[in-house]
Design a protein around this ligand. Structure first.
Ligand code: PAF
Length: 299
């Protein structure tokens, strides 16, 4: 067990753990750390992040500490999941503040490698997932899931955790990671963490920081419309009409462009089969000024 006092699931982890995690920069050092944990009979949970941590990430860390005795948080802004025109250069890099936040949580190790550590010179290997990676985000960000699957695969191989936690906020990403872990036979349990929302319903995201004050006031409308579509889908109403009405309402509220508003099979992300009892998920992505927001909800 860690040197710090760990809270039980019912405790608020903020109030029980105050300890700086060890920062590790190389895969070899991460493996050595994890090997020592294993030698002590401990279990390991990994929370992969790109940093700029907010309460949504911290809730994933809390979930990790409920599921394993040791917690590793990775902080790596992964270049391969950004297209050249996207915000890789400007993506917030706040390692010192992130580590300070994690000190209030049950984090044992922060793995913060360089790009060269994760992508050695001459690297030529990429993991591509089809199935749940098809459509939705891929229609607008075709490079994205190849980059995510590649870095998550590398992180899972480097850390070899018992469990890895990913936010449901990026629901398609979670489905893609699950598929990849199953297909590659990785000995890890993939867990989805519930989306954490601001008081007005906006899903927490590092990119919310890009919103102007005016846009921030409009942004919660995404969740309002999402919940309307979910209610129609739950009642097995006219989902296509509900999605179209949601898109119109968002445009009228000030959103610039709607990439998708749709209801899919919650596991495969394929179009619903219509079978009774099929698990469904509402997924949406829309632009507010220069910021692209995504959200999703269970039906
Ligand atoms: O969700 C994220 O922050 C990233 O896509 C992830 C999973 C850390 C991979 O870079």
């Amino acid at each position: 067990m860690s040197e710090a006092i760990r809270g039980s699931a019912s405790n608020d982890a903020r109030s029980v753990t105050h300890r700086r995690p060890t920062i590790v920069r190389t895969i070899a050092d991460l493996r050595a750390k994890v090997a020592r944990f294993r030698a002590d009979g401990e279990t390991v949970a990994l929370v992969p992040t790109m940093g700029a941590l907010h309460d949504g990430h911290l809730s994933l860390v809390e979930e990790a500490s409920r599921r394993a005795t040791r917690v590793v948080v990775s902080i790596f802004v992964n270049p391969t999941q950004f297209a050249p025109h996207e915000d890789f250069q400007t993506y917030p890099r706040t390692e010192a503040a992130d580590v300070a936040k994690l000190s209030d949580f049950a984090t044992d190790v922060v793995f913060a490698p360089s790009a060269l550590e994760m992508y050695p010179l001459g690297n030529a290997t990429r993991i591509e997932v089809a199935g749940p990676a098809n459509g939705l985000e891929t229609d607008f960000r075709p490079h994205f899931f190849g980059g995510v699957a590649t870095i998550v695969g590398k992180l899972l191989i480097a850390c070899a955790p018992d469990v890895a936690i990913f936010g449901e906020k990026d629901y398609q990403q979670l489905a893609v990671v699950r598929r990849m872990a199953t297909d590659l036979g990785l000995p890890v349990t993939i867990v989805g963490g519930t989306t954490v929302r601001e008081a007005d319903g906006l899903a927490m995201s590092s990119r919310n920081a890009y919103l102007s004050a005016e846009e921030r006031a409009v942004a919660p409308r995404l969740a309002v419309e999402m919940n309307r579509v979910a209610a129609v889908a739950r009642a097995r109403g006219d989902v296509a009409a509900a999605c179209a009405a949601a898109a119109d309402a968002l445009l009228a509220a000030g959103f610039r462009q709607i990439d998708y508003v749709t209801v899919r099979n919650a596991t495969t992300l394929a179009a619903p089969s219509g079978e009774a009892g099929e698990p469904l998920r509402v997924l949406m992505a829309a632009w507010l000024g220069k910021t692209r927001l995504i959200d999703n909800a269970g039906v």
